[in-house]
Design a protein around this ligand. Structure first.
Ligand SMILES: C[S@@+](CC[C@H](N)C(=O)[O-])C[C@H]1O[C@@H](n2cnc3c(N)ncnc32)[C@H](O)[C@@H]1O
Ligand code: SF4
Length: 405
């Protein structure tokens, strides 16, 4: 969730969709994102739309939050055309979803099922901070219908966790994976961050090895982004710590890809590795392959049939809108066919399955031939009519993709 919301056109107070979106609803798989905008403390690097109790200042409470989500879910059911496309993926993200008790998350899931319908075998993911769960709460989450859990491990190294302001002790995420396995989750993921100031290559190796050793079937590894307006950015600006260096970041990416590859993980998106195709995050795949989704909660973004919209950011503003019986959407944009094509190329180029060369304009095709000649595009995929990045290409993905759009 970006730090600021885009401009856009206003959304009708009842939240109704433009005719073009309503007409195309049902042609793509449908997912649901539920944003939980609460954290116990704020990590210095994070600019997600999340609030500690003191930042909220009593303006909106965790206690009232599920009821507000239920009213937005009711609003969605009212404006999405009938018959409803059943929801094949649900993702509770944050913030810290596990600050809400498992039964409350289960209650929200039930509202989604009642209003929109869940497919048989729907993937239901919850992001969990390791210090907020234990064996019993994970068992309860599983009992409530959650199928997949994603733990924010970030690092296994004490000084790195400290620099990141993480609240859990080293070893806790690995313990969480064991508990989650015992609780019977279908899929378990760990999030890692590389490039934290002070982290060495060996520190990073230790973190990746610890993650692999815990036995998840999915790992995400993100380069640390110094987001404007965060405490981390202020420290970098004052020269107290050094910003992550591009060469070091590239080395860390290759270390992760090597270690994960040796342990039986395969990359399927630049920052994501899984042991099997079933272990891939179906919800994220839906984002990356042009699916439709409704994002519930403050600041959440949605996309249906070529229309994108986003909710007001502050939980108090979100509560006020819904309490007044109005849509919490702050703005929307109807994408032109050219914008949709461009977005599709940008997202698919990051996937291991890549994209068909036929999707490219003549100019972009010319650039992709250059990517092939400079070993950034995979030759056998290219011969078969697809653009797939090589390992070197993944390191330079932003530049390659810029040339394609
Ligand atoms: C926003 S968090 C929400 C989940 C949970 N609260 C947590 O922190 O684990 C989702 C993931 O985004 C990643 N993330 C957040 N801010 C980041 C940043 N500035 N740079 C890189 N990754 C970041 C972290 O790996 C985190 O696990
Ligand atoms: S716990 Fe997660 S969402 Fe909350 S501040 Fe830290 S990184 Fe951001």
């Amino acid at each position: 969730m970006p730090g600021t919301l885009p401009e856009g056109e206003p959304v009708p107070a009842d939240g109704s969709l433009p005719p073009s979106a309503a007409a195309r609803y049902g042609q793509q798989p449908f997912g649901v994102y539920v944003h939980v905008p609460f954290c116990r403390t704020r990590c210095g690097y994070c600019d997600f739309n999340t609030y500690t109790a003191s930042e909220l200042g009593g303006g909106a409470s965790q206690h009232e939050y599920p009821a507000l989500l239920a009213s937005e879910i009711g609003l969605a059911a009212g404006v999405l055309p009938t018959p409803k496309t059943p929801v094949s993926t649900v993702f509770f993200g944050g913030g810290t979803p596990t600050l809400l008790a498992p039964a409350r998350l289960g209650g929200i899931l039930e509202e989604i099922d009642k209003a929109l319908g869940l497919t048989d075998g729907a993937e239901v993911t919850v992001e969990a901070n390791p210090e907020t769960v234990d064996a019993a709460s994970l068992r309860e989450l599983r009992r409530q219908g959650v199928t997949r859990v994603s733990f924010g491990m970030q690092s296994a190294v004490p000084h790195v966790l400290r620099t990141l302001d993480r609240q859990h002790q080293p070893g806790r995420p690995e313990q969480c994976v064991t508990w989650a396995r015992e609780a019977g989750f279908d899929h378990i993921s760990l999030d890692l961050i590389y490039g934290t100031p002070g982290e060495s290559d060996d520190d990073w190796r230790r973190s990746v090895q610890a993650a692999i050793g815990a036995g998840p079937d999915h790992v995400s590894a993100y380069a640390l982004i110094v987001e404007e307006g965060t405490r981390l950015a202020a420290k970098v600006r004052r020269g107290e710590i050094a910003a992550p260096d591009d060469d070091a970041l590239a080395d860390r990416y290759l270390i992760a890809d090597d270690l994960l590859g040796q342990a039986g993980f395969t990359w399927y998106e630049i920052s994501n590795w899984a042991t099997t195709s079933e272990a891939r995050c179906q919800h994220n795949m839906l984002y990356w392959t042009g699916g439709d989704w409704w994002g519930f909660g403050p600041g959440a973004h949605s996309h249906v049939g070529g229309t994108r919209w986003w909710n007001v950011r502050h939980p108090a503003a979100y509560a006020a809108r819904l309490t007044a019986g109005e849509s919490p959407a702050a703005g929307r944009e109807v994408l032109t066919p050219a914008e949709q094509r461009m977005e599709d190329i940008m997202l698919r180029a990051r996937l291991a399955e890549g994209l068909p060369l036929t999707a490219l304009t003549p100019a972009a095709l010319h650039h992709s031939e250059r990517a092939l000649a400079t070993h950034l595009a995979d030759p056998s995929a290219f011969a078969a009519g697809r653009l797939v990045l090589t390992r070197q290409g993944r390191l330079l993905a932003d530049a390659v993709i810029r040339d394609l759009t």
